[in-house]
Design a protein around this ligand. Sequence first.
Ligand SMILES: [Zn+2]
Ligand SMILES: [Zn+2]
Length: 171
Amino acid sequence: MELPNFKYHPDPIGSDSICESSEICECCGKQTGYRYKGSIYCKGDISSLCPWCIADGSAAKKYDAQFNNFYSDLPDEIVKEVQERTPGFYSFQEQDWLEHCDDACEFYGQALASDLQSLSQSEVNWILENTYLDSEEWEHLKQEHVPDSEPVIYKYVCRKCKEVFVSFDES
Ligand SMILES: [Zn+2]
Ligand SMILES: [Zn+2]
């Protein structure tokens, strides 16, 4: 069975948001072969969710759940799709989904050193102004950064202009 298409999270297996699993989805009661691994913001505990119950909004509706933090002035339709029908990810600190060109960005999981090297100068300037990193530390990260090392860096791509953006997370 092919995974549902998530507009804002194109490769949820690659980003480690969804994995293969024999667990039964608590929402639909089916064994779909996959399980969601990211954050769920709701009251109470949900043991296991399948990607289909996220994609069609049934899990969000049934449990009054959200999967991502996204505070934005974009149209409700986009905001709700990210919050309620897009698989999210685990992070140390609360992460806000990024937006650009009047749309939510696509999320690609953790950035690699090669992603950091492809950032625009304006994005690098933003990082130097808004994080604790100075240019020397940034140059070092750009060469050496590997996933699961701190700071954890997430990669987003604008759906329209294709620019790459990153967000930072630390324990
Ligand atoms: Zn399900
Ligand atoms: Zn853009």
